[in-house]
Design a protein around this ligand. Structure first.
Ligand SMILES: *Cc1c(COP(=O)(O)O)cnc(C)c1O
Length: 574
């Protein structure tokens, strides 16, 4: 799968959040990491692709935690000039009745064969702009509703204008990663009419846009979809654009960005098989497929394991399918590579926190956004039970994760983890690392012994950190939701928490299941059958690493979304 594909025309990929590099704060979490990994794989596969995002000069935020676990947030400072190239092109978009000039910066993803995929960052911080408009592209997921709508207008509408200004005329597909960029569809309608118009666009123009648009939804709960009151839409987008949206019947009292994207996309997908089902239930009037997410294998595999793959499966970087042959790796080598990754994690934890964990002790890892449905504190439901379990087999725990600045429930979860840690001190050591980012994610997913995940079903649309863990020979211990429904084989790739697929969540029962399995299955295996435990590491790589990667994911987008057989195009892999 290394050579260029028989796809004519470029795919334009829109994402509010893109993780380019750990030190560049243009991402907040899973959505951005997925976008970055998708673009890294597009570069590897030689796919003609260009991506758009916003510059986010102030980023998401830096997280500091005090001794009680209170989150203190500060803006991130960084210099785009150190990482990106400023382009000369400018476009103008009218926002709130004022013209706003938008500039562009470029970053190039370079693939294994040298092919590059440009990522264009839109930037409103221009001296000519009204001071109020200059900060419109500064904060990722910050500000109020108006600020968000302005950002989404810039991403969608100015994004399309910028692509044309940069000379991209042959775009065959506009792929919207989540609903934030859905206004790109309006920009395409305006192009077909020659200019913005308050008139109703004809069915032909709508069909032409639908043939070009692809939409990936990531949100399994109705409240998670962006909605903007019509009044605000009139204020921000202006009379013409807002009345066009009304005439298209996509704004009845409010503009729902997901509905807008659904209405104008010819191909729509959820991000795991389960999430596809959930999305079809949520939007019964639309045809919704599913393509399960993945991760960029070479990015997320820690050095010791990557060296083992380079030696034994030398083509794995260009073709992740070779990871399937990890079934034949010597178990002792897998064990050693993981032990080295664990040592590196413990060394970094010591450096960051002063705490020296024990490399012989079973280490459970959990890092994700601190928010209600992820139940980061589920493991502490019954502290006494946890203490009892650890008397038979010692346990240490490593946590990380930020709460969104306005998510008080998420912040309370971090405090509860700190409280539990304090009451467990002598018995079970717990560290909570500040400022979860890509670099920490890689360290944690590769260095812990087992990766924990406790979402409330069906709210984990996919989840990707468990995929990173699998590549590193770290089995998951997780509630059956998102990707894990597909990746889980009990006792082979990891373990389930509970065995429910449907029905209501029962936190008490799930906590029981978690304790029982830790006590009776996982710890005995770790301490008394290390050879068997290492076999599990190996099968996690072979079965899950070989499939849950962005190379496979992109191949599916190509086959089903970018070059579907219905319009006669060929998708061809060598
Ligand atoms: C991989 C990653 C995520 C997404 O992981 P989930 O399993 O979806 O929670 C979020 N943040 C960072 C920094 C990551 O590396």
């Amino acid at each position: 799968m290394t050579s260029a594909l028989a796809v004519t025309g470029t795919i334009a990929y829109f994402s509010m959040d893109v993780a380019v590099d750990s030190n560049i704060p243009t991402y907040s979490g899973g959505l951005g990491v997925l976008a970055g990994d998708m673009l890294r794989s597009a570069a590897d596969l030689g796919l003609p692709m260009v991506a758009l995002s916003l510059l986010h000069r102030k980023g998401y935020f830096d997280q500091h935690l005090d001794s009680q676990g209170n989150q203190i947030e500060s803006p991130v400072s960084w210099s785009p000039e150190q990482h990106f190239k400023r382009l000369a092109e400018r476009v103008t978009l009218t926002i709130g009745g004022r013209p706003v000039g938008i500039a562009a910066w470029q970053y190039l993803f370079t693939g294994v064969t040298g092919h590059t995929v440009p990522l264009i960052f839109l930037d409103a911080d221009l001296a000519d702009n009204d001071p109020n408009d200059r900060s419109l592209t500064d904060y990722l997921y910050g500000g109020d509703e108006r600020y968000r709508l302005c950002q989404e207008a810039i991403l969608g509408i100015a994004g399309v204008l910028m692509l044309r200004a940069l000379g991209y005329q042959d775009i065959r597909g506009f792929h919207m990663n989540e609903g934030h960029s859905a206004l790109a569809t309006l920009a395409l309608l305006e192009e077909s009419a020659g200019a913005p118009t308050g008139q109703r666009y004809g069915e032909k123009a709508v069909e032409a846009v639908r043939r070009q648009c692809i939409f990936t939804t990531h949100t399994p709960v109705p409240a998670g979809h962006d909605r903007f009151a019509s009044e605000l839409v009139y204020q921000v987008l202006g009379e013409e654009r807002a009345s066009a949206l009304s005439a298209l019947q996509v704004m009845n009292g409010a503009l729902n960005m997901t509905e807008l994207a659904l209405r104008f996309s010819g191909y729509v997908n959820g991000v795991s098989m389960r999430h596809g089902e959930v999305s079809r239930d949520m939007f019964p009037n639309h045809h919704i497929e599913a393509i399960t997410n993945g991760v960029h294998a070479a990015t997320w595999t820690a050095a010791p394991m990557a060296e083992l793959f380079d030696r034994m499966l030398p083509k794995w970087r260009a073709d992740n399918g070779f990871l399937r042959y990890a079934v034949g790796l010597p178990v002792a080598e897998v064990r050693l590579a993981h032990a080295l990754a664990k040592r590196e994690l413990l060394r970094q934890i010591r450096w960051l926190t002063g705490v020296q964990l024990d490399d012989q002790v079973f280490t459970l890892g959990f890092a994700r956004r601190a928010t209600g449905y992820k139940r980061g504190d589920l493991l502490f439901t019954d502290i006494d039970r946890l203490k009892q379990i650890s008397e038979r087999g010692p346990i240490q725990l490593v946590y990380a994760g930020k709460a969104h600045p306005r998510d008080d429930g998420g912040k309370a979860i971090i405090r509860r983890i700190f409280e539990a840690a304090a009451s467990l001190t002598a018995q079970v050591r717990v560290v909570y690392l500040e400022n979860y980012d890509m670099a920490l994610g890689k360290l944690l997913c590769s260095g812990v012994d087992v990766w924990l995940n406790t979402p409330m079903r069906p709210q984990e649309a996919s989840g990707t950190s468990g995929m990173k863990a699998a590549l590193n020979g770290v089995p998951s211990f997780s509630v059956l939701d998102g990707w894990w429904i597909e990746g889980h084989i009990e006792g082979v790739t990891g373990w389930s928490i509970g065995d429910e697929l449907d029905g209501a969540n029962d936190s008490a029962a799930e906590a029981q299941s978690m304790y029982d399995k830790l006590d009776q299955v996982i710890l005995p295996l770790y301490y008394h059958a290390p050879e068997k435990f290492a076999q599990l590491r190996r099968s996690a790589i072979a079965l899950n690493g070989s499939f849950f990667n962005t190379q496979r994911m992109l191949a599916q987008y190509l086959r089903h979304a970018y070059a579907p057989s219905t319009n006669g195009a060929v998708t061809d892999f060598d």
